[in-house]
Design a protein. Structure first.
Length: 223
């Protein structure tokens, strides 16, 4: 009996509290019809977090937060990121070079063979396998795949005898060897001895403290 009475009182107080909130909320809405005012009130009421759950009723129902006019005050992070990316792309495109390689074009491909002095080997593009990757057929019949960063355009034919030496010994195709200088141990500089008279002439920073024996020990022989 007591439990049902408490439950009845709780429902009555909840309804009374809701009525007060409803009346106060409806008074604050000045414009619109009664239905529009009711819709706005219910929307604002249902997006307000509750003290018990810590979440809004709409978030518990929809599993997400509903957007309101208050959300327009906060900056749109997604829009800001897109603007930054567009600005970065704009500055990048100013200095970028349009690299275009066609199928059947003669190129030099980077040689990654260990121990080989030839860094670039001639070949011909036979297929484009991706936006920036190509299949290249070498003179020995091998087919390799290279990124466009590892490809250089070739403006002459390496099959002719006149250009054969140029393909093998072109200085532009060889990367300069980087020599790292051997660090030599630094020679120790002889320490310059300061004359002894300099230390004697230096005055002490603080005056010397005069120590006196306490008067109650005057009758004793102290070492």
């Amino acid at each position: 009996m007591a439990a049902s009475r408490i439950q009845r009182w709780a429902l009555t107080l909840a309804a009374y509290e809701y009525t007060i909130v409803y009346k106060e909320g409806m008074k604050k809405i000045k414009e619109g019809t009664i239905q529009e005012k009711l819709n706005r009130f219910l929307f604002n009421y249902r997006i307000t977090p509750q003290t018990t759950t810590g979440l809004a009723p709409s978030e518990l129902l929809m599993k997400r937060k509903l957007k309101s006019r208050l959300d327009l005050v906060f900056p749109n992070i997604e829009k800001r990121v897109q603007e930054r990316q567009q600005k970065q792309k704009h500055y990048h495109d100013k200095k970028s070079v349009n690299r275009q390689i066609n199928v059947g074009q003669g190129v030099f491909a980077r040689n990654f063979a260990i121990g080989s002095k030839i860094k670039w080997i001639p070949g011909e593009v036979i297929k484009q396998s991706g936006p920036l990757s190509f299949h290249i057929k070498l003179q020995d019949g091998r087919v390799i795949r290279r990124h466009i960063d590892h490809i250089r355009v070739r403006n002459f034919d390496c099959t002719n005898n006149e250009n054969e030496e140029k393909c093998d010994n072109d200085s532009d195709l060889f990367e300069p060897e980087i020599t790292i200088p051997i660090s030599t141990p630094e020679t120790e500089q002889p320490q310059i001895e300061k004359p002894s008279n300099m230390t004697e002439q230096m005055e002490p920073r603080y005056p010397k403290r005069i120590r006196k024996e306490p008067s109650h020990l005057k009758d004793f022989v102290l070492k």
